[in-house]
Design a protein around this ligand. Sequence first.
Ligand code: CAO
Length: 240
Amino acid sequence: MDFEAFGPIERRPLSRIQKIAGPRLHASWVNIPHVTQFDEADITEMEATRAKLKDQATARGIKLTPLAFVMRACAQALQAFPHFGASLDAAAGELVFKKYVHLGFAADTPGGLVVPVVRDADRKDVFELARELATLSEKARLGKLVAAEMQGGCFTVSSLGGIGGTAFTPIINAPEVAILGVSRASQRPVYQDGAFVPRLMLPLSLSYDHRVIDGADAVRFTSFLGKALADVQGLLRAQP
Ligand code: CAO
């Protein structure tokens, strides 16, 4: 396309990350039948508890962000719904179930989008998860992640909640079969016991591979996440 015919232009090369991620995102978009399920979670108590724990976390050098709680809830949901962490081996006609819960999270870096992986997320509490999220995202921003730190994920969380938005349709990070998008929490009127009360609601956008997951299970999964995020004591309970 001759854009110069219409006015001045400038050409800039894609970043190294964009060159790698672009074809992968495209392949996922065209090869996987995506459906996105929207839902919301009441995180009023979770955020009140997080605020109470902030000083304790800071004393341990940890920034306790909502993402750590969301990752904890996802680890619980993946134990309850193992096929959301599986991979499809279409050639063999098999689903591959993994006996581990490694969770990826999308990190925005100056070079582009990368997905570091928190290993054995099901065995980590919110403090450990928060510490690892901070360490990995800092490494990502500095361009210092090694390949092994971006491999082996079972499921990905993409949080845009720190920036804004109400919902989006995340692209599945193949060979995974589902990804959770998180948008910005906001105070909303919720009808409870005959009256509207202000509750802090977190928007969830779950994209899934419809060859592996059906719509009913997707809603069961987001409903489970909603309950898990509303049960802050459950999120804080020590791990086996
Ligand atoms: N709703 C409301 N506020 C939220 C929130 C949510 N869902 N999620 C985070 N916040 C708040 C945090 O509490 C924090 O506020 P304070 O500093 O007052 O405590 C602030 O937003 C910033 O959070 P953060 O960005 O430091 O931490 P995080 O754990 O939410 O996110 C990371 C870490 C690495 C995911 C993030 O920095 C990032 O890169 N996000 C972009 C991911 C992305 O690009 N996804 C898109 C992929 S598809 O192209």
